[in-house]
Design a protein around this ligand. Structure first.
Ligand code: ADP
Length: 296
């Protein structure tokens, strides 16, 4: 009799304790835990707590990574903004200190200050775009359009820029027929612009940027942007699409750029559920390519 009473009380005690643990871990509320089979439920409890701990650990690690990312992003943003801001400030202060008196110097310094402001606007625009893309705020306006005409338009817009380095912008072959694809035309234009601008910035004098549009599989086309410029070392290739990443920080500063161009490209292509590829060889050239869905 006393054995049964003791056993009952012990079981009741354990049940209460375990039940309390379940209550504390609100996530386990849905768990089926019955008073009848304490021993088997102990196993369930251990398993569930184990899983709970694993999930939490993962959650904490994700948050830590995100926090690091945020800190790094903020650091990068202020760093990127500081350089042009100090340039503008420097020129304006020199002008106020008397340089204004000499019209030649004044003109030169004002132009340089304007360049600095232009760069600021350019960085802020890129930041704005990447933030929109990252919070998923950018809804795609998917329609059918002719990718050949779009490339021609981008070539026209960038012809002046290319001619400064005597770079030829060309198709690999004559595209006499339109090639209809499905996507957000404005965003794809941005992708093409960023890729062609890079091919000019990192291209060599008198070089060539060539675009080809090929049928990949039944319902896909692949657009390739190839240059014969400075190329990229293999070790840097996996990092190219990171925000603010530049191969040669000092060198790239010369040719401007926020280091956000390729990050934006990748976001846009992924928002389309498409893929972007890069192949490059140092001193030979680079090829960036992306897929698009063919319009029926
Ligand atoms: P940036 O504003 O610096 O051009 P991007 O995100 O567009 O930033 O590119 C990141 C880096 O990738 C560039 O700084 C450059 O070093 C490298 N890169 C991009 N495109 C090319 C290319 N066509 N040829 C060689 N290097 C390139």
């Amino acid at each position: 009799m006393s054995f049964l009473v003791t056993q009952y009380r012990v079981e009741n005690f354990i049940y209460k304790r375990i039940n309390q643990i379940y209550k504390d871990l609100t996530l386990l509320e849905s768990a089926s835990f019955s008073k009848e089979s304490i021993t088997t439920d102990m196993a369930t409890l251990t398993k569930q707590i184990d899983q709970y701990a694993k999930d939490k650990k993962l959650e904490i690690e994700t948050l830590k990574v995100r926090e690091e990312y945020r800190k790094e992003f903020m650091g990068n943003v202020s760093h990127e903004l500081k350089t042009p801001l100090f340039t503008v400030q420097g020129y304006l202060e020199t002008l106020l200190d008397g340089a204004m008196e000499d019209p030649n110097v004044a003109d030169k310094y004002l132009k340089r200050a304007t360049k600095g402001v232009e760069r600021l606007v350019y960085i802020v625009d890129d930041l704005d775009m990447i933030t929109k893309l990252e919070v998923g705020d950018l809804r795609l306006d998917v329609k059918n359009f002719d990718i050949v005409a779009l490339v021609e338009g981008v070539f026209d817009l960038l012809e002046m820029k290319a001619s400064k380095k005597k770079i030829t912008l060309t198709f690999d072959t004559d595209y006499n027929e339109p090639i209809l694809v499905k996507g957000d035309q404005e965003r794809i234009q941005q992708v093409l612009t960023n890729l062609v601008v890079n091919s000019i910035k990192y291209g060599r004098e008198k070089g060539t940027t060539e675009i080809s549009i090929e049928r990949l599989i039944k319902n896909k086309v692949i657009v390739r942007v190839t240059d014969n410029g400075e190329g990229i070392e293999t070790k840097y290739i996996p990092r190219l699409f990171e925000r603010f990443f530049r191969v040669d920080k000092s060198g790239s500063r010369k040719v401007g750029g926020s280091g956000l161009g390729l990050a934006i490209v990748k976001h846009i292509i992924e928002a389309h559920d498409e893929k972007i590829y890069v192949e490059s060889e140092i001193n030979i050239g680079s090829e960036f390519s992306f897929t698009l869905e063919k319009a029926e």
